[in-house]
Design a protein around this ligand. Structure first.
Ligand code: B12
Ligand code: SF4
Length: 510
């Protein structure tokens, strides 16, 4: 049996000027490395945005370079990436973010050119949706679903010194004649999440992430000690919003039914939290579930067990408004669910960002899974109840859906202004930015709101990217800017303006 070594590489990050670069560190690699550890295959994680103990952060992290696209590249040099890759038989590069695709493809191209015999793997929602570009860049295998099982199968084949992956499901691969074979129609995925490997968090450059101090939500106070990690207690979601990958992760798709809501047992979650606290040394944990309240009773039971655990739970994902309200005595009318809100505070949540999405029931119904009708509850009461429990509360709105009228956008902004009076800490307005792997992306391509030669580098979440819409792009941006200015206080505005790519945060240089 051949000894093999697999590298999981996060490429350098690219970001638009005036946005803050945040290292990736997403959970794919801890899970995949955990799966390989369980079959005694050696693997390693290298994050080319932050490097490892052999790289001096000061040499590159705050010295970003400009790319031909106008974006800013943050990370170690290409030479350093090649040096690291030279020690491995196969290199995996995750591609969950379309906006990082160019860096992923660049890594693949340079590695394949220098080391044509090394195998290149990719996976994640973007890779799965853009296989043509990935194979063209030199990838040999694209994993199309959750891949804890498939990566073990591929590794075992490599141990036999073979590259015949015809028996592995939920992948596309290039065979020895260079032909691309589609095996996405078969293969197993893990439905019982307790059967997932324990994530190998220790393989991430955690100390570097903590030193840089730019976690997901980014609202970390300058100078405050950060020791954060991510975890998931569930996968999937009961909803299927048009702008989300989950809507396409159904039975019969390339990924299979992984959009379905599945969850870990309470004991398993406690085991993972114990590892994060005692072995990894985390103090703050970001729960990255798509829908932590996907089964509300289970979430309440779980959170009650976590109270007093000694970790701050932070959450930027996975709470929908419908989960924060409950039925009242008045038929059809919902009221804040104070038990849940109090519990979130008790368990350590410092912040809740309410995803109102839109002030228009038509938009919520058509594009956002019809989650919660605004006329069925008093959103001001909800904000006041969260504030009562001393949590920071912000809101996010989406404007610029492909068929959204000027009047509907105005309705959302007027709604946002009204919400301000209830003590909101911030309101953010995001322009709809369809990404590959989502129904709204397919809709916009079909209906000519997107150019057919979609280029992820031209897409920017701060820009209006859709064409042939009721509101022209530049006007929509001006509306968004004014709304943001009108709805936020000076303190928040100043903090947001300090989050720029390449900028030095105190904790990054201390
Ligand atoms: C957590 C998260 C983040 C975190 C990530 C950091 C962290 N430490 O976790 C933060 C908050 C930073 C983030 C930011 C953004 N995010 Co986000 N995020 C997620 C989320 C909710 C979970 C990702 C995750 O950990 N999944 C769990 C792991 C286990 O699953 P996975 O990554 O898919 O990996 C599995 C398989 O795909 C496969 N696989 C994946 N990679 C590889 C590689 C190899 C080699 C192999 C073999 C297999 C493989 O195997 C893995 C194990 O089963 C996803 C949605 C989701 N459920 O995936 C959105 C998601 C990835 N985010 C999304 C978006 C849009 C963004 C932002 C652009 C939002 C914004 N406007 O700022 C930014 C982009 C950041 C950037 N750097 O460019 C989109 C991306 C869609 C797209 N086509 O681009 C997603 C899919 C959600 C959606 N709306 O559909 N995000
Ligand atoms: S509620 Fe969130 S996770 Fe669920 S489908 Fe909608 S966007 Fe995706």
């Amino acid at each position: 049996m051949k000894n093999i070594k697999i590298l999981f590489l996060y490429p350098p990050e690219q970001s638009w000027p005036k946005t803050m670069v945040k290292p990736n560190g997403s959970l794919a690699y801890p899970y995949l490395a955990g799966a390989l550890r369980d079959i005694n295959v050696e693997s390693s994680v290298y994050d080319a945005c932050v490097g490892n103990d052999d790289d001096n952060l000061d040499d590159f992290f705050n010295k970003s370079s400009e790319l031909p696209s106008g974006m800013i590249r943050t990370g170690v040099s290409n030479e350093r990436i090649l040096e690291v890759a030279s020690n491995f038989d196969a290199i995996g590069i995750t591609s969950i973010f379309s906006q990082q695709e160019t860096q992923v493809l660049n890594c693949a191209k340079i590695i394949k050119k220098k080391f044509p015999n090394k195998l290149l793997f990719s996976g994640g929602v973007n890779a799965k949706s853009r296989t043509f570009f990935f194979f063209a860049a030199g990838f040999d295998v694209i994993f199309t679903s959750e891949s804890e099982i498939a990566i073990q199968q591929v590794a075992k084949i490599m141990q036999k010194n073979s590259d015949d992956f015809s028996s592995v499901g939920k992948i596309y691969y290039k065979n020895k004649y260079g032909k691309i074979i589609d095996n996405s129609h078969f293969g197993d995925i893990i439905l019982d999440l307790d059967k997932l490997p324990i994530p190998a968090w220790e393989m991430l450059p955690n100390k570097r992430y903590w030193k840089i101090g730019r976690p997901h939500g980014g609202k970390a106070e300058q100078g405050k000690e950060l020791r954060y990690a991510s975890m998931m207690t569930s996968r999937g979601c009961p909803f299927s919003c048009s702008y989300c990958h989950i809507a396409e992760e159904v039975a019969g798709s390339k990924s299979g039914a992984i959009g379905k809501f599945r969850f870990k047992s309470d004991d398993r979650v406690i085991d993972e939290l114990t590892i994060l606290k005692n072995k990894i040394g985390a103090k703050q944990v970001f729960i990255e579930d798509d829908s932590i309240f996907g089964m509300k009773r289970r979430a309440i039971r779980l959170l009650k067990r976590i109270v007093g655990f000694g970790l701050d739970l932070m959450d930027v994902n996975g709470i929908n408004m419908i989960h924060l309200v409950k039925k009242s005595n008045k038929p059809g009318w919902m009221v804040p669910d104070e038990e849940v809100i109090e519990l979130l505070s008790a368990v350590g949540f410092k912040e809740i960002v309410l995803p109102f999405e839109s002030g228009n029931p038509r938009i919520i119904k058509k594009w956002c899974s019809n989650k919660l009708a605004l006329e069925r509850f008093n959103p001001g009461d909800l904000i006041k109840t969260i504030k009562k429990h001393k949590m920071y509360v912000g809101t996010n709105y989406m404007i610029g859906f492909p068929d959204e009228t000027r009047k509907e956008v105005e309705t959302t902004i007027n709604f946002a202004k009204k919400m301000q009076q209830y003590g909101l800490d911030h309101s953010n307005f995001y322009l709809v930015m369809p990404v590959p792997g989502t129904p709204i992306f397919d809709y916009c391509t079909k209906n000519k709101h997107l150019l057919l030669d979609y280029n992820p580098d031209k897409f920017q979440w701060t820009k209006a990217n859709l064409i042939n819409t009721p509101i022209p792009p530049l006007e929509l941006e001006a509306i968004r800017d004014k709304a943001w200015n009108d709805c936020n206080n000076e303190k928040f505005k100043q903090m947001r303006k300090s989050w720029v790519a390449g900028s030095t945060s105190k904790s990054a240089t201390k």
